[in-house]
Design a protein around this ligand. Structure first.
Ligand SMILES: Nc1ncnc2c1ncn2[C@@H]1O[C@H](COP(=O)(O)OP(=O)(O)O)[C@@H](O)[C@H]1O
Ligand SMILES: N[C@@H](CC(=O)OP(=O)(O)O)C(=O)O
Length: 574
């Protein structure tokens, strides 16, 4: 039978008293008071009252506290099987940070155990934890849904991806020693849903969101059950019931302002009533009109984490990945990519927007608004310092921060037939895109022409199919001569705007040496980003050459920069 321990307060020589602190353990434990958050004076004794088995092999230690007013916070470390578990009584500020673990950090039972150990190895933190779906579950669910549309009701149960998802989650609960019932009902519902899709022969965006939500709903339930079995109090939350209110843009919903107070109220209230580490589903929300489950776009758990960080005004948002932080380029394109130690919110947002998979494009917004530092860390290598993202950073020595590649982009050259004046021309072109609901990425304009790119794989918008492209061209041809150029790539250089001339000089030198023609160039209003459009076939080679030149050759070492440009301020006038 699980032993439970309720430590009901702290007796002090003076009037000091800490309000109820509840500690549970299902194994014999040793309890040490870790710290008391107000000033420490004399010696006192932790005492237990009322219910619970705080006896036998569990021992108390004399502790030092001395808060005359009786406020403050008790924290204790329970030691058992080398796992350290930390509890707090919630007096004072409830939570210190958000810890978000992505699918890559949660691929198996073993990884879940490691994540629990990692999470509990920060005794000074009281985290809110956000989890994504295990491993590649979201992709598998989407493929299962597509297959269900055409496989027939009688074959829906046999869909390979459904079997994969079932097997992964059942194996994980078995290996973690938690009850199968934690996921069995959800797996049953998932199978029923796929049969429903097969019967209807259609997969709407709304159904897609409901379908993928099973991933996060299962991973969080398994993790909470596991934490409870090792004696850690944790509570599962589905974001759509926690207060995440979104637009009804299924597969790409926006978080509404009402979310912040709702989430704060619920998490705070529950903690005060019954402290337990909150484990929240990433990626999910509830549409404000439909009341249905929505998702925040692929990789949306990062946004869940920063939203909670802002809602609770926390000290830090930690995003745990499978890489040593934000890197100088995508490591799958160039293995010599290196971690970037420090980024601003603007740099990180630009990097994510232009396609670096490592962060969700919208995720920096709440962190920036709340001015809460974001730390990107590696759950496979927690010692690595990772990347710290803050409002400002010292840009004196910064030249280029990161190179981002987005492939398979469509480009349009639009030249006015001069039927409209200059102002009319630009506005007409953009209204055509607006009417068709197509987002434009990179733009370069002159008086009578516009070059721009459309992104067919944009994560948060629908796919551009050929028919739609033909329609765009048809509309534009009413006012312009249009040239559609497919299979292009955008290479985005995220860096120090104060050094744009130096960056461009170097870029053109590298591209010329590699015989690459740049088809379009654009510097965003944020000045953090310079984008170059090249052919898809040349893009990866370009990125490698640029990476070598900016990060590996030593040409831009700090000494050289100091000697050539002082502290960079010489460029600010440009
Ligand atoms: N500039 C970059 N820095 C770091 N990782 C990048 C970058 N560009 C692409 N990636 C890819 O992003 C992956 C991490 O993001 P993601 O898969 O969303 O993690 P998680 O699922 O854990 O949230 C890395 O494994 C890496 O392959
Ligand atoms: N599971 C969702 C949400 C998410 O954020 O995942 P990850 O943290 O693994 O990128 C997805 O795959 O899009």
């Amino acid at each position: 039978m699980a032993a439970s321990l309720h430590a009901h307060g702290v007796e002090t020589p003076g009037r000091g008293f800490v309000r109820e602190s509840k500690l549970w353990s299902n194994v014999p434990i040793t309890l040490h008071l870790l710290r008391f958050s107000t000033s420490i004076a004399s010696s006192s004794r932790l005492f237990c009252a009322g219910s619970g088995n705080f006896s036998g092999r569990a021992t108390t230690k004399l502790v030092k506290i001395g808060d005359k007013k009786g406020g403050g916070r008790v924290e204790a470390v329970l030691k058992e099987d080398k796992i350290e578990k930390r509890f707090s009584d919630g007096n004072g500020k409830d939570f210190t940070c958000v810890m978000k673990f992505g699918g890559s950090s949660l691929a198996s039972a073993e990884r879940m155990r490691e994540i629990a150990t990692l999470m509990l190895s920060f005794p000074e933190e009281r985290p809110v934890v956000v989890l994504s779906a295990m491993g590649k579950t979201t992709n598998k669910l989407l493929v299962a849904g597509e297959k269900a549309v055409s496989c027939g009701v009688s074959n829906a149960s046999e869909i390979e991806e459904l079997s994969f998802v079932k097997e992964l989650h059942l194996r994980t609960v078995n290996e973690l020693g938690v009850d199968r019932s934690v996921v069995s009902a959800l797996l049953e519902q998932l199978e029923q849903l796929l049969k429903g899709i097969a019967m209807m022969k259609e997969l709407t965006l709304r159904t897609k969101d409901y379908l993928v939500s099973f991933g996060e709903c299962m991973s969080t339930r398994i993790f909470v059950a596991y934490l409870n079995t090792i004696g850690v109090r944790a509570r599962q939350y589905d974001a759509f019931d926690l207060g995440f209110i979104t637009t009804d843009d299924f597969t790409n919903a926006d978080i509404l302002e009402a979310t912040y107070p709702a989430v704060a109220k619920r998490l705070h209230g529950d903690w005060v009533n019954d402290p337990a580490i909150p484990i929240v589903t990433g990626f999910l929300g509830k549409g404000w009109k439909s009341g249905a489950i929505t998702t925040l776009g692929r990789g949306g758990s990062d946004l869940t984490a920063t939203t909670i960080g802002k809602a609770l005004g926390l000290q830090e948002i930690q995003v745990w990945k499978d890489v040593d932080g934000v890197l100088t380029c995508d490591p799958s394109i160039h293995p010599c990519a290196e971690p970037v130690p420090h980024l601003t919110f603007d740099e990180a947002a630009e990097l994510a927007y232009f396609g670096a998979q490592v962060l969700h494009p919208q995720s920096m917004r709440p962190a920036r608004e709340g001015n809460i530092p974001v730390r990107v860390k590696n759950s496979y290598n927690p010692q690595a310092p990772g990347t710290l993202i803050t409002k400002t950073r010292d840009m004196d020595k910064a030249v280029l921060t990161s190179i981002v590649l987005k492939q398979n982009v469509t480009m349009l050259d639009i030249v006015s037939t001069r039927m409209l004046g200059q102002v009319g021309f630009l506005s007409k072109v953009f209204s055509i895109f607006e009417d068709l609901g197509i987002s434009v990425d990179v733009v370069a304009t002159s008086e009578v022409s516009i070059s721009l790119t459309l992104d067919p794989s944009k994560l948060w918008s629908r796919e551009l199919i050929q028919q739609e492209l033909d329609h765009v061209v048809e509309e534009l041809e009413k006012i312009a001569v249009v040239n559609l150029l497919q299979h292009r790539s955008i290479i985005s250089l995220i860096g120090n705007a104060q050094r744009s001339s130096l960056i461009l000089e170097k870029v053109f030198h590298v591209l010329q040496a590699n015989g690459v023609n740049v088809q379009m160039i654009s510097q965003g209003a944020s000045k953090v980003n310079i984008s170059l459009i090249v052919n898809d076939t040349e893009a990866e080679q370009c990125v490698k050459a640029l990476h070598y030149s900016f990060f590996e050759s030593g040409d831009l070492s700090e000494q050289i920069l100091d000697a050539e440009f002082g502290n960079g301020s010489a460029f600010s006038a440009i």
